[in-house]
Design a protein around this ligand. Sequence first.
Ligand code: UD1
Ligand code: CA
Length: 462
Amino acid sequence: MNELCTVILAAGQGTRMRSKLPKVLHPVAGLPMIAHVIEACRPLCATRTLVIAGHQADRVKQALAGEALEFVSQPDQRGTAHALLQTTEALAGFDGDLLVVSGDTPLLTSQTLADLLWSHRETHALATVLTTELPDPTGYGRVIRSATGAVLRIVEELEATQQERQIREINAGVYCFAAQALFLAIQSIRPSAVKGELYLPDAIALLRDRDGGVQAHRVDDPDEVRGVNTRAELADIHRILWRKSAERLLAEGVTLLDPERAYIGPLVRIGSDSILYPNVIIEGQTVIGEGATIYSGCRIRDSTIGDDSVILDGCVIQESQIGSGCHVGPYAHLRPEAQLRQHAKVGNFVEIKKSIVGEGSKVPHLSYIGDTAIGERVNVGAGTITCNYDGFAKHRTVIEDDVFVGSDVILVAPVSVGRGAIIAAGSTITENVPPDALAFGRARQVNQSGSASVFRSNHRKE
Ligand code: UD1
Ligand code: CA
């Protein structure tokens, strides 16, 4: 089998978005648009993936750091064929199949890409273009076929005649090419008379009469190949994506009280018998177990939530791990690396960052817990705060099993509280508390008898 390389076109500014952010970095369900494309390409196991970056290339590179990608620069964007030309050096000598996708088609699926590649290899075509029929093809390149149905060329909307604009079969902007044939053909592509750009779709007309010819691979679901050029199209993409996720989850046994108000990303997994109230946003690689309940107004991202856990209204949960049978919220904020072990409880107006809340432990009200390890069966009183930052560095707090922390306690880190200790309400704890100790860290109260009436009469005189 031929070797496969992938090229992702991502150098354009995306003028029609009217944005400072490069188009391919606009978030779709919490991930940059181009990350969805990379995800769709992944299962094809291309030996190399090249990303053409130009407009704000550094920003694009930064957003994709950590991925096995090669970046090729296209400093001035003179069209999609010009973009491909930039890879001539990087791909010199490469004689395999080249999959070309746009960074702005985030709903593409791996299945469709695999089907396209399979059909390309089976027909031994020099080029296979992915197409679909759109009810409203406005803005897309149209596929011109001969009377017998052979693909002749692709015409861009701007250059199309009135008659050609009636054609509803469009170029999805995804292609498989025999690499050598493509590089030869793009040498002969001439700038468009209207825009002055070099159009990659022009390669189709140039290759069609050569041995092997060109093919089209039609995809049935037109939504899959929708490109994003405008904010309105970005909104369409989200609607489609959320609807698809909702349909998938309903089929998998998840209750969505209002499927039209479930904003769930494509990579999210949710176990059966879980219930989602309206207006929940779940993004990234989030995994929720079975029988969990998520109430309205929660935003959850790149987190795991165990079976039977309940997340009450208005919580923000990011990069956190929540065990089974936990209770969170309402209005809790779990920041990255918050870990709740099973049956833990984090209540209203509590913020947890980079901390473990051990099995059966509770932080029920108005607390900040940062850089802390809380053991099992610990009760943290209302208003307790870990002072983890001294203006220079972060410090850790350790609270061992069975500790009782009274209300409104300040724990000045680094500090540790031994197993079974009790901390009196209102204490400021600056020194370690040994196991089983009762710690008081506050001034003694003074009751001056009769002084209240003296105070009042003094004030009346004034
Ligand atoms: C393109 C196709 C059109 C197709 C549509 C599908 C061309 C000329 N037209 O149109 O036939 O129906 O996609 O969505 O290819 N890019 C670069 N460098 C450039 C120009 C563009 O890297 O110089 C990148 C863009 O960042 C984008 C992709 O190529 O990711 C497509 O460019 P875009 O301007 O969106 O093309 P369309 O007008 O949508
Ligand atoms: Ca586009």
